[in-house]
Design a protein around this ligand. Structure first.
Ligand code: ADP
Ligand SMILES: N[C@@H](CCOP(=O)(O)O)C(=O)O
Length: 318
């Protein structure tokens, strides 16, 4: 149960009047999160999600919350942050940063078919386009700098073969990031963690993307690679599933056509997407932070995906 900061209806009595949401009627902790404390909150006006941020700071949060509001205003299906009477969307509860956002309908599709992947691809392209005029810049905090910093910390826990793989991939990514092709890649705000558990569906109808708290400014193609590495694979081997890859990429391309530079970047970006989550999972597995990660995710899953992407041909981007 990942409720790090308990909140009761009594706690909300003096806090809720700053919003136009009516009286709070029920609050229920959500067990599945690993980063923040989340609650389903029912008020006289509807259902919402109340989040207490356990690690992100008051300085970092405006990027995420204003990005969600910016995207929601442009028709991208994401939770909309609720403003108080003063127009603020970042609040404080029990001394920690907090937000209220609209609740998305539906549930996660953990066994996606091509139709689900197509819906995700189209909405992802729409999201990238809608983010072009977003005014706040914040880097992807889990980007190359973080990979460089984290690699030496996890290397001592790895077999010789995995040490070699990790070092070689980091070098390859450093070289690619310094290339002319990389400089040509379109970039802007990206979700950067658009896994199956961060998207809601009602049947085949996509109802929203959520959990924007790893978002940042990065290349759009990195975001596509992270998404494909989770939505379009055989979960046992990490191999790409051709039908789902095609569905996601074609739907994305129909909304925001890929460029020639992105085609060139596609394989290195699929590797980058695997490296990023291999590293974070290695870090969380070998250096667990007390009570924050209840069941660490399996790092070997992304080691397999990385080896797959290096060793096998990858489908054309378009
Ligand atoms: N806006 C939302 N609408 C509906 N459900 C949500 C929303 N935000 C979070 N949830 C639910 O809360 C769970 C945990 O949220 P998540 O943002 O993934 O937490 P964490 O960042 O701590 O991993 C999700 O799996 C989902 O069921
Ligand atoms: N998607 C990441 C972990 C991030 O967790 P989330 O619940 O906030 O999406 C992984 O699978 O390693």
């Amino acid at each position: 149960m990942a409720v790090f900061t308990p909140v009761s209806l009594d706690d909300l009595t003096d806090w809720m009047p700053q919003f136009n949401l009516g009286k709070p009627l029920a609050i229920k902790g959500i067990s599945s999160g690993i980063e923040n404390t989340n609650f389903f909150l029912t008020t006289e006006t509807g259902e919402y999600v109340l989040t207490i941020f356990e690690k992100l700071t008051f300085a970092q949060l405006p990027f995420y919350l204003h990005l969600m509001r910016h995207l929601a205003e442009r028709g991208v299906l994401v939770p909309a942050p609720v403003a108080n009477h003063a127009g603020e969307i970042l609040h404080s509860l029990h001394g920690k940063p907090a937000s209220i956002v609209t609740k998305l309908e539906g549930s996660s599709q953990l066994d996606p078919r091509p139709a689900h992947c197509a819906a995700v691809g189209a909405m992802l392209a729409k999201m990238h386009l809608a983010g072009r005029d977003f005014g706040i810049r914040q880097p992807n905090l889990r980007g190359l700098d973080w990979w460089r910093m984290t690699t030496p910390t996890v290397l001592p826990y790895l077999s010789e073969s995995n040490q070699h793989l990790l070092r070689a991939e980091l070098h390859a990514q450093e070289a690619f990031a310094a290339s002319a092709t990389y400089r040509e890649l379109p970039n802007g705000p990206v979700h950067a963690d658009l896994f199956r558990n961060n998207v809601m569906f009602d049947g085949e109808r996509l109802t929203g993307f959520f959990d924007f708290y790893f978002a940042g400014c990065d290349t759009w193609i990195f975001d596509v690679a992270v998404t494909v590495n989770d939505w379009c694979i055989d979960l046992d081997t990490g191999a790409l599933d051709a039908a789902r890859v095609r569905a996601l990429l074609d739907a994305y391309h129909a909304v925001r056509p890929f460029s020639a530079a992105e085609q060139e970047a596609w394989r290195p970006m699929l590797q980058a997407g695997a490296l990023r989550f291999w590293l974070s999972r290695l870090y969380d597995f070998h250096l667990p932070r007390e009570a924050e990660m209840l069941t660490p995710h399996d790092p070997t899953h992304f080691e397999r995906i990385l080896r797959q992407r290096i060793d096998n041909p990858v489908p054309e981007l378009f």
